[in-house]
Ligand binder design. Structure first.
Ligand SMILES: NC(=O)c1ccc[n+]([C@@H]2O[C@H](COP(=O)([O-])OP(=O)(O)OC[C@H]3O[C@@H](n4cnc5c(N)ncnc54)[C@H](OP(=O)(O)O)[C@@H]3O)[C@@H](O)[C@H]2O)c1
Length: 356
């Protein structure tokens, strides 16, 4: 029997989740939320480039909660409106509707999330007998599935380093990614959101702790560091135009420290076009992006992941993969114990209905 699913948001990630739900032989779209007034009342199929489904977008969360669906796919913007997103997630969970989400990226490893967010969500799961699972590609896949898979190949480990090295030039998201990473900022502008003290750790510290926990290691501390690169000449790309002297590349690291040694790192190198930050690491084989893990130890393992093949752009591939990451988890999350879950609470195989 198909699982009854509601999609919340039709943004960058949401539109791909919506397509996957509509096309899945195991999922039945029963409701759709959109915030943009221009989308309200329009058919879900039209909003994601497919034929009509008979399900139209509403901005009424209560109407969607009343559908008593099996699961909600929540991809609405949450980092900039956490209180509102929290209230919406609690409403679904208390009513017994499971939620998978790409928003609230602090929950890749739930114990890491702030108590003011975690406790109401745990209480709502308990009240409704429902489950919540939050994931994506990074943070998400790169910091849980990828290193945990690599570690199964190791006899001993000295360091686990996860990297996203990605050219965001084709990512047309100046409003959120651009502003939050500080692309296009002048050298003397206030720091962007993710480079404010503690924010990198709030997002990528969860995967650091998850890997430490998997290794059975208690970390002494988590350290964060970052660097920016200023354009030497104007850069034009889909994300934005960057004037000379303004930020065209950002790199950062969140590291788990044990006995004075960095044993786990979640690193990013994000540039706008290949011309930016020529001295910083590039992906292997001349590719524009990679999510990889390098495990130093015996025998030593490197796993490189490239999303977007066969003409699909890497940034498009990244948002498709982010949507797939949680839509594919729906059957497992519906079957799971109630509570706020992470990858290790779910079965390894999450691929039902994918073959075409
Ligand atoms: N972990 C990962 O790998 C990963 C990767 C990408 C994104 N994410 C996360 O996934 C979420 C979605 O990302 P995105 O790129 O799709 O974001 P987005 O395009 O900026 O926003 C998604 C949608 O949220 C809705 N929205 C925006 N403001 C709203 C408001 N005030 N009230 C209600 N809804 C509002 C809109 O839906 P409508 O257009 O339908 O009105 C918008 O299109 C974010 O939280 C992001 O951090 C995670």
């Amino acid at each position: 029997m198909s699982l009854r699913v509601i999609q919340v948001s039709t943004g960058n990630v949401g539109v791909h989740a919506l397509r996957q739900i509509i096309e899945s032989p195991h999922l039945d779209l029963v409701g759709l939320h959109a915030n943009n007034p221009a989308k309200i009342g329009r058919d879900a199929g039209e909003l994601c480039g497919l034929g009509d489904t008979g399900v139209v977008a509403t901005d009424d969360i209560a109407e969607l909660v009343a559908l008593n669906a099996d699961c909600v796919v929540y991809t609405s913007q949450a980092e900039t409106r956490p209180q509102h997103a929290l209230a919406e997630l609690v409403a679904f969970l208390e009513a017994g509707t499971n939620v998978v989400a790409t928003s609230m990226v602090w929950f890749i490893h739930p114990p890491h999330a702030d108590a003011w967010l975690r406790e109401p969500l745990e209480a709502a799961c308990a009240a409704g007998g429902a489950s919540l699972y939050i994931n994506g590609i990074d943070p998400g896949f790169s910091g849980d599935t990828l290193p945990l898979a690599a570690l199964t190949l190791c006899q001993s480990v000295e360091r686990v380093c996860v990297q996203e090295i990605f050219d965001y030039a084709t990512y047309d998201d100046a409003e959120f990614t651009g502003i939050s990473f500080g692309f296009g900022f002048a050298a003397d502008d206030d720091p962007p959101m993710i480079l404010l003290p503690g924010v990198l750790t709030s997002i990528w510290g969860g995967p650091v702790k998850l890997v430490a926990d998997a290794l059975g290691v208690e970390l002494d501390e988590i350290r964060e560091s970052h660097d920016t690169w200023l354009a030497t000449e104007a850069i034009d790309c889909a994300m934005m135009r960057v004037e000379p002297g303004h930020v065209a590349a950002v790199r950062f690291s969140v590291e788990g420290i044990k006995d004075g040694r960095s044993i786990i790192a979640m690193e990013h190198v994000n540039r706008l076009t290949a011309a930016a930050a020529p001295d910083w690491p590039y992906p292997p084989d001349g590719r524009p992006g990679v999510h990889r893990v390098i495990v130093t130890g015996r025998p030593g393992v490197e796993m490189n992941t490239h999303v977007g093949l066969g003409g699909i752009d890497l940034n498009e591939g990244g948002v498709i993969a982010t949507a797939a990451r949680v839509v594919n988890a729906i059957p497992a999350v519906v079957a799971a114990r109630p509570g706020v879950l992470e990858l290790r609470d779910l079965p390894v195989a999450q691929a039902q209905g994918l073959l075409r």
